[in-house]
Design a protein around this ligand. Structure first.
Ligand SMILES: NC(=O)c1ccc[n+]([C@@H]2O[C@H](COP(=O)([O-])OP(=O)(O)OC[C@H]3O[C@@H](n4cnc5c(N)ncnc54)[C@H](OP(=O)(O)O)[C@@H]3O)[C@@H](O)[C@H]2O)c1
Length: 334
């Protein structure tokens, strides 16, 4: 089968395209004919080898988490059958989206909304599950609450804006000057231009959903009301997140020890601190599919690349200026 793959850890020079053997289908797996695959920034860090201890690669390694396609073959008791249009987020330890075929554990699959193309469906799994798990499992966002979404114009942000509006929140989002109109088109109540405004001046917030983190984390925590909740997405995973990947509690605590100063600051300020790692989950994805089917969520795909141009997609993503999502067309015209 044709695939885009990595030949080792490194920069874009390790991204290759060619023929690879068909995937191994294990008990409980559904074999999928992949039509489209969504691109996510974490893949750049995985390509560099930054996750090699937690999620080691074996080369040639097909990367990529988010797929949409059609079932070729499924176990009888899986609830799926040949010909079903499906989408999924693959498990972190078994990525492989940028290939014509992939084997997916049945419990991670959901039926593709008929209103979406495969390209649109492939743009959703990671960003949708991230917002779902942050808003519903972690911070319990309630109607009428004020939420700040950092990086509102990117993949994570565009989905989170629509989902937070659906949950009845008042949404403030940050972006550069060039994306202010775009934020308004997405339906934010307040667009903040981070190049000339301070998000603190539009708070205080009940919840911060932070797709930027780094030097903004401390300011974001302090912009919360007492009783507020912070959820960080970039290199801030907490012990609960590591445990959800299967790490024992003691190791999970050690792995998240770098957050201690933010956890202390949050406690001092009377707010909760969360650092999320997205979990693949077919049941949640099916609920997200229902929202897309109903038109509550509209995917934002800004650019589609062919399978042999994964390196170009990674280069575009690395600029940090992507609007919405980038998607790879794995099998053209399907
Ligand atoms: N923890 C997890 O499991 C998890 C899950 C999903 C994503 N993430 C992480 O979350 C981050 C965002 O993901 P993404 O998919 O949204 O990435 P993305 O699509 O590459 O985000 C690009 C967007 O970031 C915006 N941006 C850059 N600097 C900004 C700043 N200082 N303030 C506000 N906006 C800024 C840009 O808007 P402008 O051009 O207007 O600046 C651009 O639209 C990534 O680091 C990703 O790895 C983590």
């Amino acid at each position: 089968m044709k695939a885009a793959f990595l030949t080792g850890y490194g920069g874009n020079e390790v991204v290759a395209f060619g023929e690879l053997p068909e995937p191994e289908v294990k008990d409980g797996d559904v074999l999928i004919d992949v039509f489209a695959a969504g691109v996510n920034p974490v893949e750049l860090a995985m390509r560099e080898g930054n996750y090699r201890q937690l999620l080691p690669f074996t080369f040639p390694q097909v990367p990529g988490f988010d797929v949409s396609g059609v079932v070729i073959r499924a176990p009888e008791d899986s609830g799926f059958k040949a010909g079903d249009a499906v989408f999924a987020r693959l498990p972190g330890n078994a990525v492989g989206a940028y290939a014509e075929r992939v084997a997916v554990p049945a419990h991670l699959l959901a039926r593709k909304p008929s209103t979406l193309s495969h390209t649109e469906a492939a743009s959703l799994p990671t960003v949708a599950l991230t917002a779902w798990q942050a808003f519903l499992e972690r911070v319990h966002l309630k109607p009428g609450e004020r939420v700040l979404i950092q990086a509102g114009a990117g993949g994570v942000g565009t989905f989170a804006i629509a989902f937070a509006k659906h949950l009845g929140a008042h949404v403030t989002a940050t972006a550069s000057t060039a994306n202010q109109e775009f934020l308004k088109e997405l339906g934010v109540d307040q667009a903040v231009d981070y190049s000339r405004e301070r998000f603190e001046d539009f708070g205080p917030y009940d919840v911060v959903y932070d797709g930027v983190c780094g030097e903004l984390t401390e300011r974001a925590i302090l912009s919360l009301k007492p009783g507020g909740r912070y959820v960080g997405l970039v290199r801030l995973a907490d012990a609960r997140a590591f445990m959800s990947l299967g790490l024992p509690e003691a190791m999970a605590k050690a792995a998240s020890a770098g957050n201690a100063r933010f956890e202390a600051l949050a406690a001092e300020h009377g707010v909760a601190f969360h650092g999320l790692i997205t979990r693949s989950d077919g049941e949640q994805l099916q609920e997200i599919a229902a929202l897309a089917q109903a038109g509550v969520i509209e995917p934002v795909v800004s650019k589609v690349f062919p399978l042999d141009k994964l390196d170009d997609a990674y280069a575009a993503l690395a600029t940090g200026r992507t609007r919405g999502k980038l998607v790879i067309e794995v099998q053209a015209g399907r």
